[in-house]
Design a protein around this ligand. Structure first.
Ligand SMILES: *Cc1c(COP(=O)(O)O)cnc(C)c1O
Length: 407
């Protein structure tokens, strides 16, 4: 029922379909623009026969039969995400990390091996140690650019797990090539698409079977709601749906309503985050205390050619690598000296954020030991001129050598 290909608007752009998906039912007298918020645990039926029929059909069809099986509000959000991702269907989970966990739980069995990207969102490493290892599922990492992935496949590799661009350093991999290689091996291809959020990168169109997003980030867009989404191809759908139902996985309709509301302005916000981030990035590249600005949209980034081929833009994320040997105290002074950047994890809201990144902890294969400390910025919707002035005062106060301070 939710298949994107079956919708009458299939010829429209994803951006248009996303805005028109999950709209309100028609009442006498007209409709509100946005769908109503429906809260429910119990769902009532007209007769025992109807209840029995709905129970029988809900395994394969989307049926409003009990709150834990989804509500009209969460169904509306699922449809909008499916349009955005070009997916057959979508499931919603309480957080992005829960969505990743559910994917591992749905498709892996004891004795299987999963090959994880070295640039995975850091808690995925923790999850692998916490859950996969004790449950007899092997895991290992491949280089974030994908160069050694084929060599690291094992006879029992059942899943290749990518994140492109990668967390913190935005490494690009050739997802179509990796997907072809993994599929030839009989492995499922999963991608964390939080960076691309469906607008800037579309893993399912590039060969992935499953795309996961933290809707906590750009989809919600306002730093006030947690949510994860898992969108799949038709062939990959059944194990995920069965596992989510078995575990009683559901989200609050209020949260689903908020994410759907945020999604309506997703494309517009991303374009503004991108413009501001590029302006800030170009300024940072000229600052003497900054060794490298990490962003795949910059020609200096090692993944730039793949970014040009596979991405439709960038977002508000930038990481800056300071000069190797910069003391941690100076890095902290820089971060603490910023006035317009909140110190905090997560990103994707309208506001600018800063956080120190520990690359030694975040990578197993890539050796960062000879590189400088990394600071991640999320460039928000504030005026880039104000952000640049703020970065300039904080960098100069904390990091610029005294001899050049009065230039
Ligand atoms: C934030 C994030 C997640 C997890 O999302 P939560 O909703 O915070 O659990 C997963 N993947 C990536 C790449 C993220 O940045």
């Amino acid at each position: 029922m939710a298949a994107a290909s079956a919708s009458p608007g299939a010829a429209l752009q994803a951006q248009t379909r996303m805005l028109h998906a999950g709209k309100a039912p028609t009442w006498a007298g007209g409709t509100a623009v946005n769908p109503p918020l429906v809260r429910a645990s119990t769902v009532l039926f007209d007769s025992t026969a109807q209840q029995r029929e709905m129970r029988a059909r809900r395994g394969s069809e989307r049926i409003f039969s009990y709150g834990a099986r989804g509500t009209p509000t969460s169904f509306a959000l699922e449809d909008a995400v499916s349009e955005l991702e070009g997916a057959y269907r979508t499931r919603l989970l309480p957080t992005g990390l829960a969505a990743i966990g559910m994917v591992l739980l749905s498709y892996l069995r004891p004795g299987d091996h999963v090959l994880l990207t070295d640039s995975a969102y850091q808690p995925v490493r923790h999850l692998a140690g916490q859950f996969l290892q004790p449950y007899g599922i092997e895991y290992s990492f491949f280089a974030a650019d994908g160069s050694d992935a084929q060599a690291r496949m094992r006879p029992n590799t059942r899943m290749l797990y990518a994140e492109c661009p990668g967390s913190l350093a935005y490494e690009m991999c050739d997802l179509p090539a990796l997907a072809a290689m993994a599929h030839a091996h009989g492995a499922l291809v999963v991608a964390d698409n939080t960076w691309g959020s469906g607008c800037q990168y579309r893993p399912l169109a590039l060969g992935a079977d499953v795309s996961v997003m933290a809707a906590t980030k750009y989809l919600s867009g306002h730093s006030d709601v947690m949510m994860g989404t898992v969108a799949t191809t038709e062939a990959a759908w059944a194990p995920l749906a069965a596992r989510c139902d078995a575990f009683g996985m559901a989200v609050s309709p209020d949260d689903a309503w908020l994410v759907l509301r945020g999604m309506r302005s997703l494309a517009a916000r991303l374009r503004m985050h991108e413009a501001h981030a590029l302006e800030v990035a170009r300024w940072l590249q000229r600052h003497p205390a900054v060794a490298t600005v990490l962003c795949p949209a910059l020609p200096t980034h090692p993944g730039h050619a793949l970014w040009q081929r596979d991405c439709h833009g960038t977002n508000g994320l930038l990481s800056l690598e300071l000069a190797p040997g910069t003391p941690q105290a100076s890095v902290d002074r820089f971060i603490d000296g910023l006035r317009l950047f909140g110190i905090g994890a997560s990103w994707g809201g309208y506001e600018s954020l800063v956080t120190a990144a520990d690359m030694a902890q975040a990578r197993s294969i890539t050796d960062w030991s000879r590189r400088g400390p990394v600071v991640r910025l999320h460039i928000g919707l504030e005026s880039p001129r104000d952000l640049i002035a703020d970065l300039e005062q904080a960098l100069d106060a904390a990091l610029t050598p005294r001899t050049t301070k009065n230039r």
